[in-house]
Design a protein around this ligand. Structure first.
Ligand code: HPA
Ligand code: ZN
Length: 338
């Protein structure tokens, strides 16, 4: 089964590029940019990655992002992630970036997006990995600041497929961002939002009804509300679930308590994603393996998770057909392996 999982073609839809910053690269960038870190060794950094909840993680995550200064830094960060994608057989990825984390430190919006975008383009050319870029607003900041960020993105609209909403969910519900999301939709962008990670199921309803989202990021708290679960199954509203993240941030006590396969069996369009892999203990294959070891999915359930991600992605029907054909071929060759 482990070989099957390693070879399985994968599609990632929930990845914060700043959350893929491994301590090794963090130290390298800190040195070349003359930035001091609160850790003296890589091991000390890794040891500090113990979290009680989302906020305790976010404090460390924003701290780490301080080393990202130049276009080259954003390029190197994204390129390192794409090499991990290649190793994990990720064939398509839709990644988040948090411009406000950087513009607040005086880094130009253009520096951030140019570095990320050039790496994605090189990834497509040299690694054969297709990709899309999603710009997230930090929900602990004001809607006015989100509107300013949207204005900064205007010259780059051809490089951005959607806007998203991340950071502290509790106390910052979807309603706070209704105007900026309406504006983004009018500009031709799609919308997604983190909802029902730590926050209540009502945030999932509000993300759908007020922000018109095409996907819910996380969404695992939907089980609080059986009417919502039935609605998600019927509409096939995708949930980008992040198993290792949920354990690290104590959304579930252990992986054997995770509801991803229950939701899959109920007909929801659930997918597996890595969220912030440098902080949560692994990339796509690691997330699939962790689910496998605790919940023992069948091979067809594992393939269905990629099938769902293709359905939930923002690619054209033609591109989706290409990815589904790759998955069909994989199933024909490996569906019956001993
Ligand atoms: N939740 C909310 N905000 C985030 C996350 C997350 O899992 N990762 C990075 N920013
Ligand atoms: Zn996330």
């Amino acid at each position: 089964m482990e070989v099957f999982i390693r070879r399985l073609p994968k599609v990632e839809l929930h990845l914060h590029i700043e959350g893929s910053l491994e301590p090794e690269l963090m130290f390298e960038m800190a040195e070349r940019n003359g930035i001091s870190l609160p850790y003296s060794t890589i091991e000390e950094a890794r040891n500090a990655y113990q979290f009680e909840d989302l906020q305790s993680f976010l404090n460390i995550y924003y701290q780490g992002a301080n080393v990202l200064v130049t276009e080259r830094d954003f390029f190197d960060l994204t390129w390192a992630y794409l090499l991990r994608c290649k190793a994990d057989n990720v064939i398509h990825t839709e990644i988040f970036f948090d411009p406000q984390t950087h513009t607040a430190r005086g880094i130009a919006f253009d520096t951030v997006i140019n570095g990320i975008f050039h790496a994605l383009r090189q990834g497509e050319k040299e690694l054969g990995i297709t990709s899309k870029l999603i710009m997230c607003f930090l929900r602990h900041l004001s809607e006015e600041e989100a509107l300013e960020t949207l204005a900064q993105a205007e010259p780059h609209l051809n490089r951005i497929v959607a806007v998203g909403l991340d950071s502290s969910e509790i106390g910052h519900p979807p309603a706070k961002f209704q105007r900026v999301f309406t504006k983004a939709l009018a500009m031709g962008l799609k919308t997604v939002a983190h909802a029902g990670e730590e926050g209540p199921a009502s945030n999932i309803w509000d993300a759908m009804n007020l922000l018109n989202v095409s996907r819910i990021d996380h969404g695992v708290q939907c089980t609080e509300d059986p009417v919502l679960v039935a609605d998600l199954a019927k509409s096939r509203m995708p949930l980008t679930v992040c198993p290792l993240s949920n354990i690290k941030l104590r959304v579930f006590d252990s992986m054997s308590d995770h509801n991803i396969l229950t939701l899959l069996d109920q007909g929801l369009c659930v997918t597996i994603n890595s969220d912030d892999p440098a902080f949560f203990g692994g990339y796509m294959t690691d997330n699939f393996l962790a689910v496998n070891n605790a919940l023992h999915p069948s091979r067809s359930q594992l393939v269905q998770l990629t099938r769902n991600a293709i359905e939930a992605s923002f690619i054209s029907d033609e591109e989706a057909n290409t990815l589904n054909a790759a998955l069909d071929e994989f199933w024909a060759n490996h569906g019956n392996d001993a």
